[in-house]
Design a protein around this ligand. Sequence first.
Ligand code: ADP
Length: 361
Amino acid sequence: MAEPSLVAAGEEPEERAIEAALRPKNLDDFVGQHRVRKQLSLVLQASRMRGRTADHVLFSGPPGLGKTTLAMIVAAEMNAPLRLSSGPAIQHAGDLAAILSSLSEGEVLFLDEIHRMSRPAEEMLYMAMEDFRVDIVVGKGAGATAIPLELPPFTLVGATTRAGLLPGPLRDRFGFTGHLEFYSVPELELVLRRSAGLLDLKVNSAGFAEIAGRSRGTPRIANRLLRRVRDWALVHGIEQIDARAASAALDMYEVDKKGLDRLDRAVLDALITKFGGGPVGLSTLAIAVGEETETVETVAEPFLVREGLLGRTPRGRIALAPAWTHMGYAIPSNVFAQEQLDLFEPGVEAPATGEWAPEGQ
Ligand code: ADP
């Protein structure tokens, strides 16, 4: 398999430490997401005024947009301790019971990737969220008994990249749901300004704009690219990072002007040069770029679809007109006609493209 790409790279321990250091600690420092911020602020303020534990909160949206950061802010704003866990770590109801029974009053429990929790644990969570109580089952078969266990009031903060996969009963038990949107370029510039300040880096406005434009609407990626630009500037002895330096650095890391990385470009290039722009099946496309089907589908495709570069049709993937231009090819005259045919073929439903899958980070 090819090297992991920069934008979807796994987190190194050092990167995690830096990411933690760059996290905004309160709602005022949290950039963008105005609607969610305003609503959440009200929920938290009202709980504080009533002297009550805050309602359960769910954050949904693609990876790297700030769900974990907001969970930490909820705890900080409520002046409450925070416990971190995740859906995949809770495979048995007993795992959840162990966590719940050790919570202190008012504690904030953050469950990342909550849609990946096991079914029995999920059912236990319903009762815990609603009645602050769980039934611990002791013994097996006919002799099994359920021992009720009272829990202190706590706040559950759930995060999911796939809100559509959450069962209704679980979704309904959250008092507040915030859906995070991708960030605009000016918002990402603000994220970068803040991070550059914390990392003691000199970057001018054009430099920030250059990095923000390549960050795929995602603060985590913006911060990651900033660190790579910092490395490049250090090695090249550049004190103040401007657009030229940022551009040269990110070109070297194969992150292009639109934020496409090596894999994204390989997918589009194969689609255009090997399959005449498609339609072509996903698995064939994945083989052509030497990647797993799942990697192409979950890492490259959501962004390419969102950018209007790639289309998903009942007959396979197609390169849309802007993809030809972006990759430096002339748009063949039949592309528009073909797109119309494939995208709007009557009576055939195109596959859903709305869900966001984890980017392996
Ligand atoms: P998620 O949990 O949605 O995957 P995180 O909360 O871990 O995302 O955010 C990833 C990184 O991006 C954090 O380290 C934080 O520094 C940065 N970040 C996310 N949202 C914001 C924001 N609104 N303002 C500033 N930085 C942000």
